[in-house]
Design a binder for this molecule. Structure first.
Ligand code: DON
Length: 559
């Protein structure tokens, strides 16, 4: 339990108080008011604004942020990882681009089992932890679908930044220090983040990444071919063979970005588009909101409301553990997101007392077709009608900790998002069933929840979050407060957050929650665990005809 809390809180950033949002360097609108961007890093947002100045739209801006974050925020996301992209293009199309990592062809169900037990070290650190990265393929596809500039135009500013270097922030320095022992195991990783004595680079020293710059330049010149069919794939295959990995250059060549069908649902008079499997985000954001709307939300006392949200989350995460996985490999009942299924769950919820012993439910799979009528987060939008939501990750801090020599690219440890063994928890304490078992070419289940919101068929909000399974909870709460309670999105994001993921059966609560509400929740039977702060959300809202970008105040306060 202690370890799980620790792993979950890795995603959480210390917060002293929830301030109202100042206009920040993290969330900016172009001087003409036509393009808005929100990211977790001011350098990345600045690069996006440069790209806009050169004629780029929201799509170009978002892609340039993704590449820039790989430079300044490489412990969280980058081209060695994967992403989900939800985009509403100016022509009205709404598309879900799946750039999730894929397991290598040699992956097997029991590859992480040692002496009958899942060994978390194998799926989290080193060669076997790595899935085939999908971000380059998905970003390239996005560029072709809706960008005004070229792929080259949106990569090169980040390459220049990698070359020139930037001062390490105190937050990044802390992450490097916390991971230094594992980074030291891989010489190319140590060469970037540690000094000659294997000591972590301190805050405010300059981090230059010449290899990463060269990799970016090669992709800018040759396109994704360089990554999936060229030198990058070959170098990686060779390193893996020599270091106990199973990934080959052929795995890179056979990587496929997939177009998915978004999860569509209705809440408080708005239409939500969420990301479908292999993410669990779209399904469970819709499911939780569907459960909440079965109650008269406006008359509930604050503690009752938090209780209800926690109960709805618990039921949803119980279903996640049983039903969810890559839908190309397992049948995922999308009727989990059906309103009629939510009614059956709502009947089991008492407003007085927390429900003990929740098992997964049995959504009626026959009503699946009903859904067909109708899922570091980067938010970008422009007045031409392009709305972008990209959630991108290398999974836990610095992913697998592996950098293939000569590339500068931090490789993910997304294989840990598979269920290594039924009942064995991953880094976030999540358990899973056969639906999320490891298999060749399968994609590990995710909680990433890029979301687009529409009113009368017009886009009004793009949002998403970072923070493992708390992503789902953050997105739900932002939507609840902004859509049902009509709060401006910055106020919605500033509310004290909670998270309940069924396993462990604990209610995580931000310290900013008033003590009397905490006590009322305890009285209802919740086992409370207080966190200083939870998550990192980004959003853009259309308000009075203007784009309002908002970056996570919890991150800003910490940097
Ligand atoms: O896809 C997922 O759900 C996770 N790999 C996301 C990891 C994450 O958000 C890390 N943040 N703390």
């Amino acid at each position: 339990m202690k370890k799980i809390v620790l792993a979950l809180s890795v995603c959480c950033i210390a917060l002293v108080a929830h301030a109202e949002f100042p206009e920040t360097d993290y969330a900016q609108v172009s001087p003409d008011g036509k393009v808005a961007v929100a990211s977790v890093n001011p350098e990345a947002t600045r690069i996006a604004m440069e790209v806009v100045k050169r004629g780029g739209n929201a799509v170009d801006a978002a892609i340039s942020v993704a590449f820039a974050l790989g430079v300044v925020d490489g412990h969280n996301s980058g081209i060695g990882g994967g992403c989900f992209i939800l985009v509403r293009l100016a022509d009205g199309r709404i598309l879900a681009l799946d750039g999730r990592e894929m397991a290598p062809a040699a992956a097997t169900r029991d590859m992480y089992i040692v002496n009958g037990k899942a060994d978390p070290e194998l799926s989290r650190t080193g060669a076997l932890a790595v899935g085939i990265p999908g971000s380059v393929a998905a970003l390239d596809k996005l560029q072709k679908l809706g960008g005004k500039l070229t792929f080259r135009d949106v990569i090169l500013p980040a390459a220049d930044l990698a070359e020139k270097g930037f001062p390490i922030s105190p937050a990044l320095a802390e992450r490097i220090a916390a991971t230094a022992d594992n980074l030291a195991k891989f010489p190319a990783s140590a060469a970037i983040y540690l000094d000659k004595n294997n000591q972590p680079l301190p805050a405010f020293s300059i981090l230059q990444q010449k290899d990463l710059a060269a990799t970016y330049r090669a992709i800018a010149k040759q396109g994704p071919r360089y990554f999936y069919h060229g030198d990058f794939a070959k170098k990686t295959g060779r390193w893996m063979a020599a270091n106990g990995g199973v990934i080959t250059d052929k795995d890179f060549a056979s990587y496929q970005m997939k177009m998915r069908k978004p999860i569509v649902s209705e809440f408080a008079g708005y239409t939500l588009y969420g990301f479908p499997p292999p993410s669990s985000g779209g399904v469970h954001v819709a499911q939780i909101l569907n459960i909440l709307e079965q109650f008269d939300l406006d008359t509930l006392a604050p503690a009752e409301r938090y209780h209800l949200i926690a109960e709805a989350m618990k039921f949803a995460f119980a279903d996640r553990a049983h039903w969810l996985g890559d839908s190309d490999f397992t049948k995922v009942p999308l009727s989990l997101a059906d309103k009629r299924y939510a009614q059956t769950i709502a009947k089991k919820i008492s407003l007085e007392k927390t429900t003990a012993d929740i098992a997964h439910g049995n959504p009626d799979v026959d009503i699946q077709h009903l859904m067909n009528k109708h899922t570091t987060h980067i938010a970008a939008a422009d007045m031409e009608g392009n709305w972008v939501a990209i959630t991108s990750t290398v999974n836990t801090s610095f992913g697998s900790k592996v950098v293939i020599p000569g590339t500068g690219v931090v490789l993910n440890n997304q294989m840990d998002d598979f269920s290594a063994q039924v009942g064995a928890a991953n880094a976030f304490g999540l358990v899973g069933s056969d639906a999320n078992a490891v298999a060749a070419k399968k994609r590990p289940l995710s909680s990433m929840s890029p979301t687009l919101v529409f009113k009368n068929n017009e886009p009004v909000m793009t949002l998403g979050a970072a923070g493992g399974p708390t992503i789902i909870s953050q997105v739900v709460q932002t939507l609840l407060y902004s859509l049902n309670d009509s709060m401006p999105v910055e106020k919605a994001m500033a509310q004290a957050r909670i998270h309940q993921q069924w396993n462990p059966n604990v209610l995580f609560v931000e310290a900013a929650m008033p003590v009397e509400i905490q006590q009322a929740l305890q009285k209802k039977g919740h086992d409370l665990k207080i966190w200083p702060s939870m998550g990192a959300s980004q959003a853009i809202q259309l308000r009075d005809g203007k784009l309002v970008p908002v970056a996570e105040p919890r991150v800003i306060l910490q940097n």
